[in-house]
Design a protein around this ligand. Structure first.
Ligand SMILES: [Fe+2]
Length: 435
């Protein structure tokens, strides 16, 4: 069966795709169900992961009380760092290994949920740290078996980490962004409570919302799964398998919601309808890219965040210079889509249309420009930085950014067209200033 021309398998291409999603509950107040879910999973004592900022918010108390009233004992680990490193993951794994936990609960943003996944992995199947890390940096060993149950409760509307089997971190010795990736690491249960975003400042809503937008748009425009060589062993089909019929469905819906609600959610913290819809869209986008894979905006982002000098984003922890993940992704996006559009112009036009762009007179030859212009309009409407220059880079950094991003071949190869080092250089140059 060939469901559409984009997915026609050729030669060695894989005609099949696999979808993994966790059980999820979405709705106002559902954090208070965490205890019942833990009890339902048969848990008696859990490690509760969070970070120092979230630890001061009422959400942690809500979860702790819910666990206690369900008869589930918990120990809190609140030392998660905003950008996890191998050192911070090892510290978290040590905590997880030092007690007889039979399950995990995470309450926080992507860093918290990712750290919890890694702690669960290394506590359940101890190994040399690099053993499970993505090749070629690590050994890329498969996770040997099921992990302990993990209930993931996001407090930002962006990463979608509650639905993915991915944990991203900085490997300090190599100054490289890499990660752990396995279906085994997908949380068992995701609890998405839109009430938690009431306290989020606008900069975080914008950066995390654009991260979600990019997850959806990169999935929609990713290389088709049928263009990837089949592995021969179905269970080894990678999660970043490329665009597929199911991820298209998620991408379209996430983009429709994000186009409708992102600017509203940033502009007005009291707009509960907008913030709830962004929370839902981020979850859908998380499931989508978890089963399709991202490409260039994310691949390039790791160099943008890794080479930061002095930039500090408002509302983020001020101690260290940092380009927040969603910001480092989005700043590349218009330049990327101008480059990738010729490979699948219809998908770029569809993405723009889902986001609410003015499509009058738009032809396939205009696809990259139509999409890029609409993304720039959304960036301006949310007072977002207008390019890499706004976060401290200049033309003289293009080579360093390119050298930093080029090794991210796992994601770069998921782009809909081949990417040379010169192409990458050109995209970084074009991402310096949009207005
Ligand atoms: Fe992301």
């Amino acid at each position: 069966m060939h469901c559409c021309q984009y997915y026609m398998a050729t030669g060695e291409g894989d005609p099949s795709f696999t979808v993994d999603v966790p059980q999820f509950t979405f709705g106002a107040g559902c954090l208070a169900e965490s205890g019942a879910h833990a009890k339902g999973l048969g848990l008696k004592r859990v490690a509760l992961f969070t970070d120092p900022r979230v630890a001061r918010l009422p959400h942690i108390d809500t979860v702790r009380k819910s666990l206690t009233s369900a008869g589930v004992d918990c120990a809190v680990y609140d030392e998660v760092t905003v950008e996890p490193t191998d050192a911070s993951l090892k510290a978290a794994a040590k905590f997880a290994s030092a007690d007889r936990f039979d399950g995990f609960v995470s309450v926080g943003g992507g860093s918290v949920m990712d750290t919890c996944k890694a702690a669960n992995l290394y506590a359940t199947y101890p190994a040399d740290f690099l053993a499970y890390v993505n090749a070629p940096i690590g050994g890329g060993q498969p996770v040997p078996g099921p992990l302990k149950p993990h209930i993931a409760c996001p407090t930002t509307s962006g990463t979608g980490s509650e639905c993915t089997g991915i944990a991203i971190f900085d490997l300090l010795s190599m100054k490289a962004k890499t990660g752990l990736m396995s279906r085994r690491m997908i949380p068992t249960v995701a609890l998405i409570d839109p009430l938690v975003t009431r306290t989020l400042p606008p900069t975080i809503v914008a950066a995390s919302g654009f991260d979600a937008m990019s997850h959806a748009l990169e999935s929609l425009t990713a290389r088709p799964h049928a263009a990837r060589s089949r592995t021969g062993i179905a269970s080894q089909r990678p999660m970043n398998q490329g665009a597929n019929l199911w991820s298209d469905m998620g991408a379209r819906e996430a983009l429709r919601l994000i186009g409708q609600y992102l600017v509203r959610a940033v502009k007005d913290p009291a707009d509960e309808e907008a913030r709830a819809n962004m929370m839902y869209a981020a979850m859908v986008a998380g499931m989508t890219f978890s089963n399709a894979g991202c490409h260039l905006p994310h691949g390039m982002s790791y160099a943008v965040s890794g080479l930061v000098r002095e930039f500090r984003a408002p509302d983020y922890p001020p101690e260290e210079p940092m380009v927040p993940h969603g910001m480092s992704v989005m700043l590349n996006a218009p330049a990327v889509y101008r480059f990738t559009a010729p490979a699948c112009p219809d998908r770029h036009l569809e993405g723009a249309q889902c986001l609410g762009a003015d499509m009058r007179g738009a032809a396939p030859a205009d696809a990259g420009e139509v999409l890029a212009k609409h993304l720039i309009k959304m960036m301006q409407a949310t007072d977002f930085p207008g390019g890499l220059e706004y976060v401290g880079y200049s033309a003289s950094d293009v080579d360093a950014l390119t050298d930093g991003a080029y090794p991210q071949q796992r994601v770069i190869k998921n782009a809909p067209r081949d990417v040379s080092k010169d192409d990458l250089r050109g995209m970084f140059r074009n991402a310096m200033r949009y207005w």
